[in-house]
Design a protein around this ligand. Structure first.
Ligand code: UTP
Length: 492
């Protein structure tokens, strides 16, 4: 056993991985050898070398090559008349009703910033209902499916593919089983697992998280494309008749699953690949921007752009590079096939400096305070460059984007409280729009307010189950001219 491991690691240039070998039990030795045998030594060597290859730090390489999105690829809720929006929505519903649509959740991340020992989708941000992100998403799928069925008659399926990783698969599977798949048909929930890559120290050496265990990390949300191949997911989609896929991230509490308007917009334009975007909150907001670089579509990270480019404005004073990526993508199954069959190996590996728990030379387990190593990741949006007909759909941030990234203790942005607030404001707006009135504890009507600051709570607490309303529709019959006490929890 030792010889096998030694040979593999010598070829990979990583003999130090065996430094605790004499202290390992037989079982630990076997597990280590099994994990090593899954790695191709030459690939492992290349991976570790690539991780520490010097990169021009803090440079802004792109400004001259960056071009804003051409007007004709962009559509959006604010720049489109009501009739066209309705047409797109109808088209999206038709595609859902025909069973042509699937949703695909990227849920393989470790959620290190949120810092909870379970998958982010299981997080409860403190809504009055106590619903987790997974539950909210499951209910939105049920509702949009029901709306499609009602409009077009007959039953349809709307499969939910969930990409997990070694960290999230088991707990996610158990959680869904415990909750009876949130009343979705179990056969329509398909979980699969992305691959893992070893984490590498700044010295180019593989990090051990235990004396006999290599620290592994999922290969980024762009690991999706290899995982689609590994688990024959596109074949499964073909068998179900799926033609269009809505891909999204687990942490956006406002995500509109299988959004019919977005789907209809992309399908009508015959797009093979599409991205939802929101206007940037402020010029230096650290979000990736969808734009063109050297003629191809890309997401350019804030850190790759000079201050001058970030601040650039058009004649109408709008930011020139304003299309903030919110990880909400449309793909045709045909496009995904071309990516998995042809383009995947061309995807760039991005370097992320992270805090990676490790064992020190004495074998003590250490949780570092600052980044001590590198994880290599592929990004889901890096396939935009291969699109033959790209489309961008601009939506309103307050309606569609509030990600849960950080622990509450950071006191910053994108935390449980900001996600909860974003959802409660949205439901308050829906209720007011539907003609509801809210009463305070003295039975006086509470004046209607708009949100002025991110940190501000809505004047009343109102949560509406996704099973009642998907995007604010259908509330008048329950709420118009009626008075409600806060907190209001409108459940079906
Ligand atoms: P983030 O980049 O925010 O990463 O993922 P994260 O793992 O959730 O959080 P941190 O950075 O460790 O704090 C954006 C989306 O991509 C998914 C995440 O689950 C989330 O939905 N993702 C990320 C994957 O599916 N796989 C990965 O390897 C990384």
């Amino acid at each position: 056993m030792f010889e096998v491991a030694q040979r593999l690691l010598a070829e990979a240039g990583q003999p130090e991985v065996l430094r605790f070998w004499p202290q390992l039990s037989d079982a630990e030795r076997r597990a280590l050898v099994v994990s090593l045998e899954q790695q191709e030594p030459a690939e492992l060597r290349a991976h570790c070398e690539a991780a520490v290859r010097p990169r021009p730090a803090g440079q802004a390489p792109l400004p001259g090559l960056m071009e804003p999105l051409p007007e004709d690829v962009v559509g959006g809720v604010c720049r489109t008349d009501a009739e066209t929006l309705r047409r797109w929505r109808d088209r999206g519903f038709q595609e859902i009703a025909k069973g042509h649509v699937a949703v695909l959740l990227l849920a393989g991340g470790q959620g290190t910033r949120l810092d909870v020992p379970y998958p982010k989708g299981m997080y409860d941000v403190g809504l009055p209902s106590g619903k987790t992100l997974y539950q909210v998403q499951a209910e939105r799928i049920r509702k949009v499916k029901q709306l499609a069925e009602k409009r077009l008659g007959g039953k349809c399926t709307l499969p939910w593919y969930i990409m997990t990783s070694e960290f999230t698969l088991e707990p996610t599977r158990n959680f869904f089983a415990q909750h009876q798949y949130f009343s979705l048909p179990q056969s329509d929930v398909v979980m699969f697992e992305q691959r893992m890559l070893p984490a590498v120290g700044f010295d180019g050496k593989i990090i051990l998280e235990g004396k006999g265990r290599i620290a592994m990390a999922p290969d980024g949300n762009g690991g999706l494309y290899r995982a689609l191949t590994d688990y024959k997911i596109l074949k499964d989609m073909d068998q179900r008749g799926v033609r269009f896929v809505h891909v999204y991230c687990v942490d956006n509490i406002l995500v509109k699953m299988a959004d019919p308007t977005f789907i209809g917009f992309c399908v009508e334009r015959d797009a093979d690949c599409g991205a939802k975007v929101v206007g940037k909150a402020y010029p230096t907001e650290p979000v990736g921007v969808v734009c063109r670089v050297n003629g191809t579509y890309q997401v350019v990270e804030y850190s790759e752009v000079s201050q001058e480019t970030v601040e650039r404005r058009n004649a109408d004073s709008q930011l020139t590079f304003n299309a903030g990526n919110i990880c909400n993508h449309f793909f045709t199954v045909e496009f995904l096939k071309s990516v998995t069959e042809e383009y995947e190996p061309k995807l760039k590996l991005h370097v992320a400096r992270k805090k990676i728990p490790y064992v020190d030379e004495e074998g003590n387990y250490v949780k570092p305070e600052k980044p001590n190593g590198i994880k290599m990741e592929k990004f889901v949006f890096d396939v935009f460059q291969f699109s033959k007909n790209f489309a961008v759909f601009e939506v309103l941030r307050e309606d569609e984007f509030s990600p849960l990234k950080n622990a509450e203790s950071t006191g910053g942005k994108d935390m449980p409280s900001t996600a909860r607030r974003a959802l409660l404001w949205q439901h308050y707006r829906w209720a007011v729009q539907a003609g509801a009135h809210f009463l305070d504890d003295k039975n006086n009507r509470v004046p209607v307010l708009s949100q002025l600051q991110e940190t501000e709570d809505p004047p009343v607490v109102c949560e509406i189950s996704p099973l009642i309303s998907y995007e604010g529709e259908g509330l008048e019959e329950r709420m118009k001219d009626r008075e409600f006490q806060s907190p209001l929890l409108l459940m079906d």
